[in-house]
Each structure stands twice: as structure tokens, then as C-alpha cells.
Design a protein around this ligand. Structure first.
Ligand code: PLP
Length: 521
């Protein structure tokens, strides 16, 4: 390590560490922070001296330097290009994160989203000038309603988690409308995505967990025992986060409706069932659909995502503003209770404008280029690929549940028992082999989970390479190579970071190092 805490050595093929003079690793450059590259006086632009020093901000005088580093243009270009190359992406390789559906984003979608008629419009433009965009939102809404069998959809939520918020706010409003504001308990199965209980709590509900059975599904008897007059509803993920279809889902809907509650389904995993199952037929009242998963719009790195929420007859009137209506004079937006066509029960507005237009364009391009039969095939291939991974690994890794899976294959850490290798070590070793790790330690219902979602856009050849590496690593773990695993990753610019500390105590601002004299005190 040099004095800035950076590693200056790389391991040789035999695992020994050989230093480089520069600290760089092959053509991976050891990049200093942009602030550390500050060269006062350097600049990328050549502006003439201002003709006057007259202040144009009234009496407001700058209190000091604003603290931007001085840099020439080539330095800036190289810095950001190098940073961009450190970013892993679905365009670089397999991204097997379970519960994330990291599938290929077709370039056709990107082309369509860049058409100036979609890319260059403004949400405050007069509605008569954006009829095409409104028609597109309406057409996409139509597809989402058809695919789910639902009568209404809220298009504005900006992500899956915000979709959950939208659905639970609709449920909250519906209960208040019924004069049943005392219903404040939401049942959340243990296999739920972490966002589910967080959302219910944010809307003011209390969370009551339902245990899972030994086969990874909701325990029906436990669910029945928890029903009561204060139950607002259930939040169920289907396919659930174990990658399994909830077989008793219709019975669950009957039970929850019988108790006077609503059925919220986390539909982020719609990829596995799109075109094959209509959530309305399962008795669901509200469900978000992550366009950035099932319908291949880009995600990760901060979005933007898009999480429209479909609503059943029972909840349709509570859809938030704005929503698109089709009248004799074309399309228009219903923006508030005063607008003709408002239901009068909308729970309010969730987001500044109408949703993520660029994502709508991409999702519709994806849907239209696949067609109804193509979407059916998407679900089939997603499930086939996950089962292929499961079938080829089940003799060396330990699947958590028997039988075929849906779109993701769940393993636990029993195959590592007694090897001294943990799920974390195993995942880190994958990085040295050129693969992004799977989701780890989630879902919580199994020990040391490894959740792999290959998606339908990976080829058999690509999956075989990944599987061969996993098989090789499992063999090495069994062969007693625990130390090598514990040292992984060896080939990355940084080794193991304290990700928990980084999340809990993020350092978001660069501070200059204290001058020597001060530091010595
Ligand atoms: C991804 C996901 C979410 C959250 O979606 P975001 O768009 O990341 O907010 C919720 N539930 C499940 C099951 C998911 O896979």
C-alpha cells in the first residue's frame, strides 16, 4: 500500500504478489480523485478577462473560493473515461443478480426513445402539442392492462418501490373511503422483498410477518390464523423471492378478501409469468410492474426506473393524478379533481409529472417488437434458463427447495459446510473469474443464500461458461482452498471494501487533507 491507502501490487498467476512501480495494473490506471489532481490555474476553457468587475448579483459577494479543482480538458476527459470503464454493466457481461432481472436492453428501444418527438418534449407543453406522447402512454397502459387483466393503471410511479407506495396509498384511501380506517395491519410473508414491509410502514400500517413453509411458500395455516377485522391487506411477491410460484395464491386471495382486506402483489418478477398468467385471474387488487425489469428498460446506477401499478375494480377509482383520458378532441391529462373525467376519489399526486416518458417509449418498443407470442416466449425462456442453471449445478451446490424453479435458482450454503468458505468468499472469487456475483444472503429464509437469475437473454454458451466456473469454484472449496477464497478478489483495483460502513456512514464530500502543521497537533 502506498501512503494514500492504495494497493501497489498485483498477484502473479501463482498467487504471489508482485509490485508494479506505478501502482497501475496492466492498463487499469490507478486514478487519483479529481480533487487530488487539482492544478490551480489550469482550465479547459480560454475566456477573455471580464471587461468589468461590476457585480451583477446585487449586493451578494462571494464569501470565498467555491472549491472546484483547476484541470485541463484532457485530464478531465481521461478521468471520467477511466471511471466509466470501472463500471460493470449488462453490456459487458452476464449480470446474474437474483430479483433484479438484469436482461439485455435492445438497442431498438434506445433508438425509439431518442426520436426527437419523444426525447425533446417538455412536460409543461400544451397538451395539443404532445398528442403523440399521450397516445403512447395510453397504448402502453392498454398493454399493461391487457397483460394483467386489470381495468386501471397508474403510470407515474418512478420505480418498483414507488409503485408499492402508490398501491398501498390506494388501499389506504379505499379503506378510509369505506369508513374502515381502523384496518391498519398488513400481512407480509417472510419471503417478501425488503421494500414491502418498508413501504407498508411508510404509509402508516403495522407489519405482521407470515412464516414460510419448508417448501418456500406462504404458510396458509399461519396466514389464516392472522386474519382479523383490523387487517388492511397482504403484500405478497409472486413469483416469490425464492424463485417459486405461490401455488395457493387463489386461496390466499379468497382468504384476504373474505377478511375484508386487499391483495397487493409485488409484481417485480412479472418477467417469469408475463403472457402466461394474468394477475387479475389470481384475485390481485394492485400490483406494480417494473418496466426496468420485465420490459427491458435500463436500470441500475440510479435509474430512472418506472413502476406502473395496475389496479382492480375495487381500487381503480383511487388511481393518482395525472391519468390519461381519451375524449372527442383527442387525448388529455386529468390533473386534478376539477378536471372532467376525474373519479373524485384519487388519492392525490405521487410525482411531479406523468412518469418516465423515456422508459415508456422503451417499454412499448420492447412490447411491440415481441408481440403477444414473443412475450409468452420471454417468460418461457427466462424460466427455462433458470432451470438449466439449477439442473447443472444441483450436484455440486445445494438448491434450497425441491422441484423446478421459476425465473431464478436459489442455493444456500450447505455445500460450503466444513470448507471454511462463506457465501461472501465464494461470490468474491467469482469476480476474479470475470463474473459479476449473484445476489447474496437474500432471501433471508435460507442460510447463506445465493440467488441466480440468468434471464432469457443469455445464450446457452454464456450460461455454460458461468456454470463451469461455479462448478470449478465449488470443487476448489471442497478441495480445501479456503485461504485463496478468503483472499478474493485478488485482481480488482480494490479488494474487499467495508460496504456496510460505506452505506451507514457515507462520505459524500471530499475534504482537503489538513495541512502538516495542524495534523501534527
Ligand atoms: C426490484 C424489486 C423491487 C424494487 O424495485 P425498484 O424499482 O428497485 O424500486 C421490489 N420487489 C421485488 C421483488 C423486486 O425484485
Amino acid at each position: 500500500m502506498n501512503n494514500q491507502g492504495r494497493p501497489t501490487s498485483i498477484p502473479s498467476a501463482s498467487g504471489e504478489v508482485a509490485p508494479t512501480i506505478s501502482g497501475n495494473r496492466a492498463l487499469q490506471i490507478e486514478e487519483a480523485l479529481i480533487f487530488e489532481q487539482d492544478s490551480p490555474g489550469s482550465t479547459g476553457v480560454d475566456l477573455p478577462e471580464p471587461a468589468t468587475d461590476e457585480l451583477r448579483l446585487g449586493g451578494l459577494r462571494p464569501r470565498g473560493q467555491i472549491g472546484l479543482p483547476g484541470l485541463a480538458e484532457p485530464t478531465v476527459v481521461r478521468h471520467y473515461t477511466r471511471l466509466s470503464q470501472k463500471n460493470y454493466a449488462i453490456d459487458l457481461g452476464l449480470y446474474p443478480l437474483g430479483s433484479c432481472t438484469m436482461k439485455h436492453n435492445p438497442r431498438l428501444n434506445e433508438r425509439m426513445a431518442r426520436l426527437p418527438g419523444f426525447a425533446d418534449i417538455h412536460p409543461l407543453q400544451p397538451q395539443s402539442t404532445v398528442q403523440g406522447a399521450l397516445a403512447l402512454i395510453d397504448e402502453l397502459a392498454g398493454w399493461l392492462k391487457t397483460l394483467t387483466g386489470m381495468p386501471a393503471v397508474a403510470m407515474s410511479p418512478a420505480a418498483g418501490a414507488q409503485g408499492e407506495l402508490c398501491g398501498l396509498m390506494a388501499i389506504h384511501a379505499a379503506l378510509d373511503d369505506r369508513g374502515e380506517g381502523h384496518r391498519r395491519r398488513v400481512l407480509v410473508p417472510e419471503s417478501a422483498h425488503g421494500t414491502n414491509p418498508a413501504t407498508a410502514a411508510l404509509v402508516g400500517f403495522t407489519i405482521d410477518p407470515i412464516p414460510a413453509t419448508a417448501d418456500g411458500r406462504v404458510d396458509l395455516a399461519a396466514l389464516e390464523a392472522k386474519l382479523g377485522p383490523d387487517v388492511a391487506g397482504i403484500m405478497l411477491t409472486n413469483p416469490n423471492t425464492c424463485g417459486l410460484f405461490e401455488r395457493d395464491i387463489r386461496r390466499i386471495a379468497e382468504l384476504i378478501h373474505g377478511a375484508g382486506g386487499y391483495f397487493y402483489c409485488d409484481g417485480a418478477n412479472f418477467n417469469a409469468i408475463v403472457g402466461r398468467v394474468r394477475p387479475a385471474d389470481l384475485g390481485i387488487d394492485a400490483m406494480h410492474i417494473n418496466l426496468h425489469k420485465t420490459f427491458s428498460t435500463p436500470h441500475g446506477g440510479g435509474g430512472p426506473g418506472s413502476g406502473p401499478v395496475v389496479l382492480s375494480d375495487a381500487l381503480a377509482a383511487f388511481v393518482p393524478f395525472p391519468h390519461v383520458a381519451h375524449g372527442p378532441d383527442g387525448f388529455r391529462l386529468i390533473e386534478g379533481p376539477q378536471d372532467p373525467g376525474a373519479t373524485g376519489k384519487e388519492f392525490g399526486r405521487l410525482k411531479g409529472f406523468h412518469g418516465q416518458m423515456g422508459m415508456f417509449v422503451r417499454a412499448l418498443a420492447y412490447i411491440l417488437s415481441h408481440g403477444a407470442d414473443g412475450l409468452w416466449q420471454v417468460a418461457s425462456d427466462a424460466v427455462l434458463n433458470a432451470n438449466y442453471v439449477m439442473a447443472r449445478l444441483q450436484d455440486v451446490m445445494t438448491p434450497s427447495f425441491d422441484g423446478p424453479c421459476m425465473h431464478e435458482a436459489l442455493f444456500d450454503d450447505r455445500f460450503l459446510k466444513g470448507t471454511g468458505v462463506t457465501t461472501l468468499d465464494f461470490a468474491k472469487a467469482l469476480i476474479d473469474e470475470g463474473f459479476h456475483p449473484m445476489t447474496m444472503y437474500f432471501p433471508l429464509v435460507v442460510h447463506g443464500a445465493l440467488l441466480i437469475e440468468p434471464t432469457e437473454t443469455e445464450s446457452k454458451r454464456g450460461l455454460d461458461q458461468f456454470i463451469d466456473v461455479l462448478r470449478g469454484l465449488a470443487a476448489r472449496a471442497r478441495a480445501g482452498e479456503a485461504e485463496a477464497f478468503q483472499a478474493a478478489p485478488r485482481l480488482t483495483p480494490r479488494r474487499r471494501l467495508d460496504e456496510t460502513l460505506a452505506a451507514r456512514r457515507p462520505v459524500l464530500r471530499w475534504q482537503p487533507e489538513a495541512p502538516q502543521a495542524e495534523a501534527a497537533e
